[in-house]
Design a protein. Structure first.
Length: 129
């Protein structure tokens, strides 16, 4: 199975998404974003697609805020919570705002991925955390 590699770009100065359909977007090996052949000089956040989808079929990206239903986590029960999709060297995980620990990893052991739901993103809906 092939993994789909795609990104979305949040432009901090304008507080808006850059349309990847309007621009030809490339990231070079130095982390520079190129839009239509020119280096983008704005403040931006590049967010990667996880190759997973929520219960409604919405693509999951870094920075998405998701609702995780109550369930079993290891050997204990946890309540429903909101978290955001984050990434580190170990891969994607769901992080809770109130926790420094990366409590919910993408292992699938703590919940069923098909049960989570995208409810917003960290740029436009911070109040949901």
């Amino acid at each position: 199975m092939k993994r789909i590699i795609k990104f979305r770009v949040w432009e901090e100065d304008c507080q808006a998404w850059i349309s990847l359909e309007t621009y030809h977007v490339v990231m070079d090996m130095y982390g520079n974003i190129w839009l239509n052949g020119e280096v983008f000089k704005g403040d931006y956040v590049l967010e990667q697609f996880t190759s997973l989808f929520d219960k409604k079929g919405v693509a999951l990206y870094e920075g998405d805020i998701v609702r995780v239903p109550a369930g079993w986590g290891g050997d204990s029960l946890f309540n429903e919570y909101n978290g955001f999709i984050d990434y580190d060297m170990e891969g994607f995980f769901i992080n809770q705002q109130s926790s420094i620990d990366k409590i919910k990893k993408w292992s699938g052991q703590d919940f069923v991925w098909g049960d989570i739901e995208v409810i917003g993103n960290i740029h436009e809906n911070k109040e949901l955390l």
